[in-house]
Design a binder for this molecule. Structure first.
Ligand SMILES: Nc1ncnc2c1ncn2[C@@H]1O[C@H](COP(=O)(O)OP(=O)(O)OP(=O)(O)O)[C@@H](O)[C@H]1O
Length: 435
């Protein structure tokens, strides 16, 4: 009997609870909340877009208590960002929306970040399609305006703003070569339809080769700054299986440059370890993966020793453009002198002839010349220019002497002859011809 009463009581209390919930004002939630979590593999495009978009609307409202403020040395203006727990309101076609930012730190040290986007349920379809598309489109435009390029090591989720200042203007290379590279890049990004028509993955491979300090990394930054693409660095040595490679590649965004440095070392290491991914394995894999889900991908390989690469790697479709970065030429020196000393008409300087002669006969990387020019103060007057150029002459004479003494040995970099950067475009569908 007691048992039946207890069961009855339990039933009544459950039913009452249910009725209470049903008629409580909170049950019929008018509002719906989308949770937009930060993810690294693959990245959550909506989260990344919200991060850029939200600071562009009014971040400070009467309920705001804290706001993130930052500025890096290269940024012109101070940047504002939402802090955890803060909310901001937005309106879109008469829909009122509320954004909340939440950062959670767990005892394990793991940190998660998310946005919570709340609005009236009846607008669900419009928010899902039009509003979120608006956020992503605005974010892309902001990114273009602000040139916030992300540099990310794909093997680790951390991401930093790429603030490498190199542009095609500051890179020391021949004007023809520069034009050729810029034309090739611009043409590549214009050719969505072409790649679709011929059924090829929309990607282009560049091989940058030459001695250390000749500007390979600077050229990658100039390419990224020109195209406003993010840059991802991939270390093949840390990758052991196709599935790991797949998840790493899927974590990279479209409109990005994937950089794989020192591929001659990677090849040797992969052979030594008899496991891991080789560059050719990577290229085969990418063709399959990116023909189905990748758009506007540029892959840049760098090496100090092109001669050590397997010939199969160098063929068109794999490395379409070969760019040779050489030791400093007189022409390259003019660009550096203009960047560092503000000298425009170097040909007329009495020391230029001597410098040009020394550069023709000395193996010196542009990076070394930059170091020498950096010894000067920021505000250079004519006397400082003379002193700087005299310093360069002294430095080059020393380098030449060292080079002459070492000349009995094989030169380490056969490819580092003092000719301006050489660009050879390696495929049939290119406008430019090989040099
Ligand atoms: N061609 C160049 N034009 C302008 N600056 C250059 C050039 N080459 C080198 N520099 C200067 O030297 C520095 C080092 O060059 P960078 O790292 O681009 O060379 P690298 O070829 O990538 O070298 P490594 O093979 O050692 O990685 C750059 O930050 C830049 O200041």
């Amino acid at each position: 009997m007691n048992f039946i009463v207890e069961e009855l009581m339990l039933f009544i209390s459950t039913a009452l609870n249910y009725l209470a919930t049903l008629f409580s004002p909170g049950h019929y939630h008018h509002d719906l909340t989308f949770i937009i979590r930060q993810k690294s593999t693959p990245p959550n495009q909506v989260y990344d877009a919200a991060e850029l978009y939200l600071p562009s609307i009014e971040l400070i409202n009467p309920s705001t208590r804290t706001i993130g403020v930052s500025k890096t040395p290269r940024q012109e203006a101070v940047k504002l960002a939402m802090e955890s727990g803060e909310q901001i309101a937005d309106t879109f076609e008469d829909i009122n929306l509320n954004w909340l930012y939440v950062v959670q730190t767990f005892p394990s040290g793991q940190v998660t970040r998310r946005f919570e986007l709340t609005f009236h349920k009846k607008h669900k379809d419009k928010v899902l399609t039009s509003y979120l598309r608006h956020v992503v489109t605005r974010a892309e435009a902001i990114k273009k305006e602000e040139k916030i390029l992300k540099l990310r090591s794909v093997n680790s989720p951390s991401r930093v703003d790429l603030e490498h200042p190199a542009t095609f203007e500051t890179i020391a290379m021949g004007p023809d070569q520069k034009t050729k590279i810029i034309k090739d890049l611009d043409r590549f990004v214009r050719r969505r339809e072409f790649y679709k028509k011929v059924g090829k993955a929309w990607k282009r491979g560049y091989l940058l080769y030459g001695p250390p300090g000749t500007g390979k990394s600077s050229l990658i930054a100039a390419m990224a700054n020109h195209l406003k693409f993010d840059v991802y660095e991939l270390e093949l040595d840390g990758i052991y299986s196709d599935s790991q490679l797949k998840s790493v590649l899927l974590s990279t965004a479209n409109r990005s440059i994937l950089v794989i440095e020192d591929i001659d070392f990677s090849a040797v290491n992969a052979r030594k370890r008899k496991c891991g991914i080789t560059v050719s394995g990577l290229l085969n894999f990418m063709d399959g993966l990116w023909s189905s889900c990748g758009d506007e991908r540029i892959i840049v390989f760098t090496t100090n020793h092109k001669d050590r690469l397997e010939p199969a790697l160098l063929r068109p479709g794999r490395m379409d453009v070969h760019i040779h970065m050489s030791y400093c030429t007189p022409h390259a020196f003019k660009v550096l002198a203009s960047n560092y000393l503000g000298v425009q008409d170097l040909d007329r300087h009495p020391l230029y002839g001597e410098i040009a002669g020394l550069l023709e006969s000395t193996e010196v990387a542009p990076a070394e010349v930059c170091e020498e020019l950096l010894k000067r103060d920021d505000d250079v007057d004519d006397d400082d220019v003379d002193a700087a150029l005299e310093g360069v002459v002294k430095f080059l004479k020393l380098k030449k002497l060292e080079g002459d003494n070492n000349n009995i040995d094989e030169p380490e970099f056969q490819e580092g002859k003092r000719q301006d950067v050489d660009v050879s475009v390696n495929d049939d569908d290119s406008e430019s011809s090989s040099t």
